[in-house]
Design a binder for this molecule. Structure first.
Ligand SMILES: O=C[C@H](O)[C@H](O)[C@H](O)COP(=O)(O)O
Length: 220
């Protein structure tokens, strides 16, 4: 179903485009398919990856990697999500790439999200990935606790200590009693929080949902 969503997103790619590339398993499929398309159709496309993972994959698939310095306004950003609600608010950052993802999504003229149907939820309800400057961690944890949130530093069985993001920061998964998008935007304005994984629906142009029987496009 991820493949169906990725395949559909390819239909929006045009010759000459600068494409923001998100991160995660759905985007990985999109990147491989994009590489094939660019080779086959000899398209001139440049990409701006949002993680080392996507960057390496893009290069291996023959895509020309660029940056926001050269192209501060990409034409289209394609990215996955961990959860999507009915209004098209998202939670992202399951892979810890949320900060660069939010930057590239916001910089781009269009932001399209590719998900399989398991990501659609009535209400956002998972812990929110948050990128935190290590220097500030103790303070951020305390402040979030005062505001009623539970902060869990992300760890991995393959590494001692906290997971470190591509930007050299900690990633925490923050439990909220309720994911109220506007409240999160207010509450998470804490010095030391670099970015959080709630992407408000205003950022999103459309969501492509891969289903067993084909792709569904949800617009706002
Ligand atoms: O940090 C990771 C990203 O936000 C991903 O886009 C998100 O976790 C969805 O990934 P996947 O397509 O693997 O479910």
């Amino acid at each position: 179903m991820k493949e169906i969503a990725a395949e559909k997103a390819l239909e929006f790619v045009e010759n000459g485009m600068i494409l923001g590339l998100g991160s995660g398993s759905t985007v990985r499929i999109f990147v491989e398919k994009l590489g094939e398309l660019v080779r086959k159709e000899r398209l001139k496309v440049e990409v701006i990856p949002t993680s080392y993972d996507t960057e390496i994959l893009a290069v291996k698939n023959g895509l020309k990697v660029s940056s926001l310095l050269e192209h501060p306004e990409p034409d289209l950003c394609v990215d996955g999500a961990d959860q999507v609600d009915r209004k098209l608010n998202l939670i992202k950052g399951g892979g810890g790439a949320l900060t660069r993802e939010k930057i590239v999504a916001e910089a781009s003229k269009k932001f399209y999200v590719v998900v399989d149907e398991s990501k659609l939820v009535e209400r956002l309800n998972m812990a929110i990935p948050v990128e935190i400057l290590p220097f500030a961690y103790g303070f951020v944890e305390r402040r979030l606790k005062e505001l009623g949130y539970n902060c869990n530093l992300r760890t991995s069985v393959r590494k001692l200590g906290p997971v470190i993001s591509d930007n050299g920061n900690y990633i925490a998964d923050v439990e909220a009693k309720e994911v109220d998008v506007e409240k999160i935007e207010r509450d998470f304005r804490v010095p030391g929080i670099i970015e959080h994984g709630v992407f408000p629906s205003e950022m999103v142009d459309l969501v492509i949902v891969g289903r067993r029987d084909g792709a569904e496009i949800i617009r706002k």
